[in-house]
Design a protein around this ligand. Structure first.
Ligand code: 5RP
Length: 218
C-alpha cells in the first residue's frame, strides 16, 4: 500500500469514533483531509464540526458540513487529527502544517483525541521531526536565543504566517525523552504562543496505518 492509501485507511477507520448527532473536532493536514472526506459520507448523521485551521474549514464547507465556532460549543466528544511523530506513550509532535495552536486548543476541549497516522510516524523517541514553535513575530529572535539555551537549534520557517498571524520556529536537534517537561519549558518563554509537543494532552487512541491493516493503540 502507498503512504496515501494508509492515510486514507486510517481516515476512514476514525469514523467509528464519531457518535451520531455530535459536533466533531477536526484536525489539519493530508491525513486529516482523508478523515474530512470520509466524514462527508456520514454528514447527515452529525451536527457539524469544529476546525483547527482555515484550510480544514474550507474543505469541510466544500462538503456541506457545517462549521461551528468553538466558543459556541460546550461539549466535543472527539477530536481527530494526524501527527508528524507519535511515540509509544501516544505523545506527539505536531505543527508541520503550522496549525499547532488551534489544534492544541480544539484537542484540549475534546473528550477523546484520536490520532490517525501512517506507520512512518510511529517512533520510539520524538525529535527527528523538528519541534514547531509558534511565536509572536516581534519575539522571534529572543525566543530563538532562549531555545538555544535549552539545547535546540531553531530555524525560522520562512514565508509562513499562521492562521493567527504569527511565525514558526522549527527546532532541530532534540531527542525528546521528557516531552511533558520540554513542552512546559517552551511555554514559559515569553513570546511563545504554543509549541508542537502534545504531551500534556496526548492522544487517547492511535489508529496506525500499516501494511497489515489499521492497528489500534490505547
Ligand atoms: C498540522 C499537523 C498535522 O497533523 C501534521 O503535520 C501531519 O500532517 P500530515 O497528515 O499531512 O502528515 O500537525 O499542523
Amino acid at each position: 500500500m502507498t503512504q496515501n492509501e494508509l492515510k486514507e485507511a486510517v481516515g476512514r477507520a476514525a469514523l467509528q469514533y464519531v457518535p451520531d448527532d455530535c459536533i466533531v473536532g477536526v484536525g489539519t493536514g493530508s491525513t486529516a483531509n482523508y478523515f474530512i472526506d470520509a466524514l462527508g459520507t456520514m454528514k447527515g448523521r452529525i451536527k457539524g464540526a469544529v476546525s483547527s485551521s482555515e484550510a480544514s474549514v474550507k474543505r469541510l464547507m466544500g462538503l456541506g458540513i457545517e462549521v461551528f465556532d468553538l466558543n459556541t460549543i460546550d461539549k466535543l466528544p472527539v477530536y481527530v487529527d494526524g501527527a508528524d511523530e507519535i511515540n509509544h506513550q501516544l505523545q506527539m509532535i505536531k505543527g508541520g502544517g503550522a496549525a499547532l495552536t488551534r489544534e492544541k486548543i480544539v484537542s484540549a476541549v475534546a473528550e477523546q483525541f484520536i490520532c490517525i497516522a501512517d506507520e512512518s510516524k510511529y517512533v520510539t523517541v520524538l525529535g527527528k521531526f523538528p519541534v514547531p514553535v509558534e511565536v509572536i513575530p516581534m519575539a522571534r529572535s529572543y525566543v530563538a536565543r532562549e531555545i538555544v539555551k535549552l539545547g535546540g537549534h531553531p530555524a525560522y520557517r520562512e514565508g509562513v504566517i499562521t492562521d493567527n498571524g504569527n511565525v514558526i520556529l522549527d527546532v532541530h536537534g532534540w531527542q525528546v525523552t521528557e516531552a511533558t517537561k520540554l513542552e512546559t519549558e517552551l511555554n514559559q518563554i515569553v513570546g511563545v504562543v504554543t509549541n508542537g509537543l502534545f504531551a500534556r494532552r496526548r492522544a487517547d487512541v492511535l489508529l496506525l496505518g500499516t501494511a497489515d491493516g489499521v492497528k489500534t493503540y490505547k
